[in-house]
Structure formats: C-alpha cells, structure tokens
Design a binder for this molecule. Sequence first.
Ligand SMILES: [Zn+2]
Length: 333
Amino acid sequence: MKLTSFAIMFVIIISPFIFISAQETETAIQDNKLRYYYDNIIDNAAVDAAFILSNKGTGLTYAGNVRFTEAKQLAAEVFFDTVYHSFNAKGNQSLMARVDACIPVLVFLESEGFTLYALDEYKNINGQNEIKHVWFPMQHYIGEVLSDRFIIRYTLENKIYIFDIADQTLREGDYSEFEEEISYFKDKQTFENLRLAAVKNSVEEKIMAYMDYYNQWTLGKSFSVKLEFPSIDDADWKRALTDEGIIVYAQGFPVLTGKNYKHYALGGARVIRRAPLTGYTYQGILYYCRSDCEFLQNTVVSDPGFNRDSIAYFSNAYETAAEGYFPCPNCRP
Ligand SMILES: [Zn+2]
C-alpha cells in the first residue's frame, strides 16, 4: 500500500473519533457556560432578596416599618420574580413550577433563629393537592451540651440563652457574662467557634431532615429530582453569620453533560455593599475576578480544561488574599 493511501485509510478510520471528540469538547464548553449562567441567575436573585431583607422592605413596596416576617415574604417574592424573569418564565405556570422544583429551599437566617421557605404539598380550598413554597416554623441555633450541664442557644450576635440542666433554670445575656461559670466563654475565638458550629449544625440538620421528607413524598412523582444538596464551605458559613441573610439551594436545572447541577448561594448585607468576587483556579493558578469580568465569562469558563468546581465566592479582596488568590490582570478587581 502506498504511503498516501495508507494516510487516507488512517484518516478514514480515525476521523469519526476526531469528530466525536470535537463534539464532546464543544458540549463541555457549552455545558460549563450554561452552569455558570445558572449560578449567576441564582446569585443575583439571592443578592436582590438579601437587599430587601437588609432594608426590611422599606421604600420598596411598603413604606415605614415592616416587620422581618413581612420583609421575608417580600424577599422571597423578589427572589423568585428575579429568577422567573431571568428564565423568561414569569406568567407561565408550568415553567414557573419547573423553576420552583429546581429551587426547593430558601433558608432565612435571622438573629434568633432560621426559617425554611421550602416546597411542600398541601390541599388547596378545592381539595386538590398543590405543591408550593411554604414557611416552616422558626428553628433555633442549639449548640452541644457544655460541661455536661449547659444547653446553649446561640444567636447571630453575642447574646446567648443558657439552660442549666442541673438546676433547671433558663438565663440569657452576653456570653461574656457567663465566663466564670462556663470556661469556654473566656476566650472570644472559642465562643465564635462554638457559635459557628451551632448555627451550621442546626441549619444542616434541618436541611437534611427536609431532604428526607421531600424525597419521601416526591417518591415516584414525575417532576421530582432527588434532593442532594451541596454542603456549604466553612468560609461561607463564617460569611453567612455576619448578618441576617439568606441561603439558597438550587439543583437539577437541565445541563448538557456530566453530573447534576447543584449550587448554593448566600446573600447578606455584607455581600451587597460590594459585588462579590469570583475566585477560581485557571492553568494551575488561583485568580479572582469581578463577577462581570469578560475574561472570566468568555475565556476561562469556555476552556475545556477549566474545572468549574474550583469556583469560590468572596466578598472582599482581603479574603481572597488570605486564601492565596491573585487579582485577575484583565478586570483588575
Ligand atoms: Zn477578571
């Protein structure tokens, strides 16, 4: 066989593979872009909702004093409106229901406790089953029992509630008032760590219980995706705890390839003061960008070698520097 015909044979044999692999790469690129697009929609909506919370709804649709409960309701409405509009679904009942199914839970963190606004099934006035987001009862941030004796209820501030198992009393006050009795409270950092663990564990336990509940009642129903929420990084918990705010869990938006879409977003007043920064690993280097950076949106996200799981969010340059990220030369964040 002549060399040229051998070459032709070779091309004929491998060309389908070249074609498939180019297709796969293109799919992976589009898939990455799609996931990034979803992330942005959810993040922006969470920031919009947190903005309402931090203003307690004032000056928006209400005037004057609005209690947190009403602000929460308004924030939840603003959140879903923003998302519906982003997907061009507003007004289309079935599309809105699909979006709802992909964002089953919002968690509102308040000083004294947290509330789930989550999908649930209930009977409407016509006796038909309906599924929509409803408010679950507020839960407290309960920590581990200290010194085999004290059950501590934490808040997002320094105030705590102490139940003494030994003499069956309940007291409240600034944690530092109890440092003689409870040695853990002599050190501020120890207190902060206990508080962080209490908030994180209380919220995560409730989320897990909700997931079990949800997965049971949706078993065998066509619309459902099994809930498997991503766990929240400790750095994000710390950020979440600086303020009353909101945590959004999203999952199951349609993707082109690879594993299921999962995402969580945090919105709090601190995030609003400055647009969040996006950190990521690109070509082996940690960078951070403004979220609207064109280099990030066009070049990085489209790179088939880019690992989407490396994305992390920061609220200021100090946090990025502390974790060893370099500023992007393109958007100079
Ligand atoms: Zn950039």
